[in-house]
Design a protein around this ligand. Structure first.
Ligand SMILES: Cc1cc2nc3c(=O)[nH]c(=O)nc-3n(C[C@H](O)[C@H](O)[C@H](O)COP(=O)(O)OP(=O)(O)OC[C@H]3O[C@@H](n4cnc5c(N)ncnc54)[C@H](O)[C@@H]3O)c2cc1C
Length: 300
């Protein structure tokens, strides 16, 4: 029996693990995919207090090392549900189940799909959702990044360092991402910014060879030849597995305030997976600490 079962080994989950273990609790973290979560895919983090610059991978490694050094256990598996049997929580995974007195859900968010024709067909064959993971495959090639937020701008910036040409395609005329990154992209000779434009189709043979673009103002269609498409159109929470126990909002985020308490006693939600305004490393880490200390209170 664990004192606390933490679902997700991102910044929120691992911070919660560190605080829980330091409070003397028996802790297990269950991670379905990547230790470190989203940030493991980021080439550079420059806004975490006390660290001038660090790669997302190194940041993740450090968090993981700190948690395991404190005796936190890790299980690589995907959680498919939680049941509450008179206070004892059973967390069910694809390959087993774990019992705990409290649960912290720290499942973050996942990349959203574009919804263009051909996207699924060419996923992994030219369509990617992660520039840092797959960017190296496109050295000296032509790619498009689709999106208008910070992730899209960061992806375009990263790809422009190695690719011959990068199209940044956005359906609106204004970008939501950071102005500093955008002005850097505008200054790069190998970056072409295409606004008011959507991708109607991703086409190819064995692999992607191009996209069909449509200008939403003029309805003019044009095909652009390229080797890869990086979809960066936002993220979506995946909390359906917990919906029978905890309340979700209309977008699928777990309803929980700054105290990280959910609608279900003994179940807490930390990081990007909960309802909040700012989704960053600092806020994820803060949630992890708050959730762990709330668990300690709950267990007392
Ligand atoms: C490309 C990129 C760059 C970024 N750069 C910055 C930056 O420079 N500075 C900054 O502050 N923020 C940055 N962010 C945002 C930051 O990464 C997130 O706010 C932060 O990672 C949220 O942490 P989290 O622990 O809540 O969630 P996540 O990091 O998403 O971790 C959640 C973890 O839970 C796991 N999980 C999900 N469902 C299950 C399940 N059912 N069973 C088991 N495991 C599950 C996931 O696999 C994942 O590992 C960036 C994000 C991206 C995508």
């Amino acid at each position: 029996m664990y004192d606390v079962i933490i679902i997700g080994a991102g910044t929120a989950g691992l911070t919660a693990a560190i605080y829980s273990a330091r409070a003397g609790k028996r802790v297990i973290v269950i991670e379905g995919s990547t230790i470190g979560g989203q940030i493991a895919t980021s080439p550079r983090v420059e806004n975490y207090p006390g660290i001038m610059q660090i790669s997302g991978m190194e940041f993740s490694d450090r968090l993981f090392e700190q948690a395991t050094a404190l005796g936190v256990e890790l299980e690589i598996d995907t959680v498919v549900g939680i049941t509450d049997n008179g206070g004892i929580k059973t967390v069910t995974t694809e390959y087993g189940s774990f019992e705990g007195k409290a649960v912290i859900i720290a499942t973050g968010v996942k990349h959203r799909k574009l919804g263009a024709n051909g996207e699924d067909k060419y996923s992994g064959r030219g369509v990617s959702y992660c520039a840092i993971c797959d960017g190296a495959f496109y050295k000296d090639k032509t790619v498009a990044v689709i999106g208008g937020g910070s992730s899209a701008l960061i992806s375009a910036d990263l790809l422009s360092d190695g690719c011959e040409k990068v199209y940044l395609i956005h359906r609106r005329s204004e970008f939501r991402g950071e102005e500093k990154i955008l002005s850097g992209l505008r200054a790069k000779a190998n970056v072409e910014i295409v606004c008011d434009t959507v991708v109607d189709e991703i086409f190819g043979d064995e692999k992607v060879t191009g996209v069909t673009l449509r200008n939403v103002s003029t309805e003019k269609i044009k095909n652009v030849s390229l080797d890869g498409v990086f979809v960066s159109v936002g993220q979506t929470p995946e909390n359906a597995a917990f919906s029978s126990l905890v309340e979700l909002d209309e977008y699928g985020y777990i309803v929980a305030g700054e105290d990280t308490k959910t609608s279900s006693e003994g179940i807490f939600a930390a990081g990007d997976c909960r309802t909040k305004a700012i989704r960053q490393l600092t806020t994820a880490a803060a949630d992890g600490a708050v959730a762990a200390l709330a668990v300690c209170d709950y267990l007392r």
